[in-house]
Design a protein around this ligand. Structure first.
Ligand code: HEM
Length: 511
C-alpha cells in the first residue's frame, strides 16, 4: 500500500482539528519568572509540525513576521526555538555560541552515519576530535590547494562533456558529475575502480544516501507515528544503503592500507583524505592513544561519509542557482563573462586557478547567490547544552534551535531590494581572503561559530573554477520557443534546490 507520510499527517491533523480546539499560543513563563519565547497557536499532539509545510524556511519566515525573531514551536513532541534575525543569529553563533553548540538526535543521521560522525554529533569529545582532524588535516588551505589539479582536470572534462552534448545541455547533470568527480577524487582518490557489483554506479549509492539523509522522519517528532516511516520503506532503504556503504568504505580503506604497505607513499600533492586519515591513525598508534578517543577505522569511515554528504549537494546546488540567476539576468551574465574572458586573455584557452583571484565580479555573483539561495536555508539544527537566553528570552537546555538563514538574508529591515539579485551590493566588501567568513550575521549561509561550516575553503575554488569554465567557453540561453524566464521554484531535499532542471542551449565561444 502506498501511503504518503503527508497523507497520514494530514489525516491526524484533521482528526485533531475536529476533536479539539486550537491550543492557545502566547508567551508562556518558564516557571522561574523569565519568559519563554512567544509561541503561535498550534495543534494538540502534532504542535506546529503541520504548519511548516514542505518548504519550512518560507513558512517560518511568515510566522516570524507575525510572532517575532525568536519563536518557540513544538514540532510534535520536540520543543524548537526559531531564530529569524541577524541579532538572534549573532547570539546563537557568537555571544552564547557554546550553549548552542550541540546537535539534536536526527534519526536518519543515526541510521546512516556512526557515533563518530561530526556534522550531527552532539557537542563533546568525539565531535571535538573529528573537527580538529578535519580542520587541521583535511580542509586547510594547503590541503585544498593540493587538489588544484583535480579541480582543473574535472573542469576541463566538464567543458568537453558540454561540447559533446551539442546545443542542448542538461546543466544539472553536468554540474553534479563535476562535483562528484572533484569530491570523490579528493576524498578517496576515486579512479573509477569503485564501481559496484552488478553495474550499479557509485553515484547512485551516494545519491540514495544523500536523499535519505535529507528526509525528516515522522518518528523523530511524533514517536507513535514511527510506523509511517516503516510503511514508506524508509527504514528498509536506510538499512540497505547503510550496509552497502559500509562495505564500500571497508574496501576503500583496505585498498589504501594495502597500497601503503606495498609501494612508496604518494607525494603530499597526490594524497586523498583517506591517506591523510590513515596517517593520523598511525601517528596516534605510535604515540599511544593517550586516553583520548581513538581515531580508528570507524572514525575514518564516518569522516569520509560526512565529508561527501556535506560537500556534494551544497556545492552543486549553489552552482545551479548561480547559473539560473544569471540566465534570468542577462546584464549580469554579460558582465561576468566579460570579466572572465578578459582575465583569461586572448592567448588563453582555458580558465586555471591562477585566474580566480582576478574574478571579483564572479565572487560577487556567488555571494549574492548564496544570500538568496542558501542551500541549507535552516543550516543544520542546533541544540542547547544548558539553560541559556536568546534576545532576553529563556531557552531551556536540550531545546532544538533552528536558525532561518534564508529569512535573515532576505530581511527587508537590513537589506535593500531584499528579494532581488543584485551582486553589486557586495562591491565594497573585502573579498581577497576568505570572503564568506561569518562576521556579518545578516549573511550566514555557512553558519558560524563552533558549528560553522569548516569546508568553505574547499567549496569556494570548486565553485569558482566550474562556473568560470562554463561561462568562459559557452554562451548560455534558454531553448527557443519556451519560456523567456526560468521559474525559480524550490524543491526540498538534503539541500533546497531549483525545482526545474536546467536544460540550456550552450553556444561555444572562442577568443
Ligand atoms: C556551498 C557549499 C557549502 C555550504 C553552503 C555549506 C553550508 C554548511 C552549513 C550551513 C553548515 C551547518 C552550520 C551550522 O549548523 O551552524 C555546514 C556544516 C558542515 N559543513 Fe558545510 N557547506 C558547504 C560546503 C562544504 C564542504 C565542501 C565541506 C567539506 C569538504 C563541508 C563540510 C561541512 C561539515 C563537516 C559540517 C559540520 C560541522 C560541524 O557540525 O561541526 N561543507 N555547512
Amino acid at each position: 500500500m502506498d501511503v504518503s507520510p503527508f497523507a497520514a499527517l494530514l489525516f491526524v491533523a484533521l482528526l485533531s482539528l475536529l476533536l479539539l480546539f486550537f491550543r492557545k499560543g502566547g508567551s508562556p513563563s518558564s516557571g522561574d519568572g523569565r519568559r519563554l519565547p512567544p509561541s503561535p497557536p498550534g495543534l494538540p499532539l502534532l504542535g506546529h509540525l503541520p504548519l511548516i509545510g514542505s518548504l519550512p524556511h518560507r513558512k517560518l519566515q511568515v510566522m516570524a513576521a507575525k510572532h517575532g525573531p525568536v519563536m518557540l514551536l513544538r514540532l510534535g513532541r520536540v520543543p524548537t526555538v526559531v531564530a529569524s534575525s541577524a541579532a538572534a543569529a549573532q547570539e546563537v553563533m557568537k555571544t552564547h555560541d557554546l550553549a548552542f553548540a550541540s546537535r539534536p538526535r536526527v534519526r536518519m543521521a543515526e541510521r546512516l552515519l556512526s557515533d563518530y560522525d561530526m556534522a550531527f554529533a552532539p557537542y563533546g569529545e568525539h565531535w571535538r576530535q573529528s573537527r580538529r582532524v578535519s580542520v587541521l588535516h583535511l580542509l586547510s588551505q594547503r590541503r585544498v590547494r593540493s587538489f588544484r589539479h583535480i579541480r582543473q582536470q574535472e573542469a576541463a572534462a566538464m567543458a568537453g562533456r558540454v561540447r559533446r552534448a551539442g546545443a542542448a545541455v542538461n546543466l544539472n547533470a553536468v554540474l553534479i558529475s563535476y562535483t562528484n568527480g572533484v569530491i570523490s577524487r579528493a576524498v578517496f582518490g576515486d579512479d573509477g575502480s569503485y564501481e559496484l557489483d552488478g553495474g550499479e554506479k557509485l553515484a547512485k549509492l551516494f545519491g540514495d544516501f544523500e536523499e535519505l539523509l535529507g528526509k525528516a522522519t515522522m518518528g523523530e517528532f511524533v514517536p507513535w507515528l514511527a510506523w509511517v516511516d516503516t510503511l514508506m520503506g524508509l527504514e528498509a532503504k536506510a538499512t540497505r544503503t547503510s550496509e552497502e556503504m559500509g562495505a564500500l568504505l571497508e574496501r576503500i580503506i583496505a585498498d589504501h592500507r594495502q597500497r601503503r604497505r606495498g609501494s612508496r607513499r604518494e607525494g603530499d600533492n597526490h594524497r586523498d583524505f583517506v591517506d591523510v586519515l590513515l596517517d593520523v591513525n598511525e601517528a596516534e598508534e605510535h604515540a599511544g592513544a593517550g586516553g583520548g578517543v581513538p581515531f580508528d577505522n570507524e572514525a575514518i569511515k564516518a569522516m569520509i561519509l560526512v565529508m561527501f554528504a556535506a560537500a556534494t549537494d551544497t556545492t552543486y546546488t549553489t552552482m545551479v542557482w548561480a547559473m539560473a540567476e544569471l540566465i534570468n539576468h542577462p546584464h549580469e551574465m554579460r558582465r561576468v563573462q566579460h570579466e572572465i574572458r578578459a582575465a583569461v586573455g586572448v592567448g588563453g584557452d582555458r580558465v586555471t586557478e591562477e585566474h580566480l583571484e582576478k574574478l571579483r565580479y564572479l565572487k560577487l555573483v556567488i555571494k549574492e547567490t548564496l544570500r538568496l539561495h542558501a542551500p541549507l536555508p535552516l543550516l543544520l539544527p542546533h541544540e542547547t547544552t544548558e539553560d541559556t537566553q536568546l534576545l532576553g528570552y529563556r531557552v531551556p537546555a536540550r531545546t532544538r534551535v533552528i536558525i532561518n538563514a534564508w529569512a535573515i538574508a532576505r530581511d527587508p529591515a537590513t537589506w535593500e531590494r531584499a528579494d532581488e539579485f543584485v551582486p553589486e551590493r557586495f562591491a565594497g566588501d573585502d573579498l581577497t581572503t576568505d570572503y564568506m567568513s561569518a562576521q556579518d550575521f545578516r549573511f550566514v549561509p555557512f553558519g558560524g561559530g563552533r558549528r560553522g561550516c569548516p569546508g568553505v575553503a574547499f567549496a569556494v575554488p570548486s565553485m569558482e573554477l566550474a562556473l568560470a569554465t562554463m561561462l568562459y567557453h559557452f554562451d548560455w540561453e534558454l531553448p527557443a520557443g519556451g519560456a523567456s524566464k526560468l521559474e525559480m521554484d524550490e524543491m526540498n531535499g538534503l539541500s533546497v534546490r531549483l525545482k526545474a532542471t536546467l536544460h540550456l542551449v550552450a553556444k561555444p565561444w572562442s577568443p
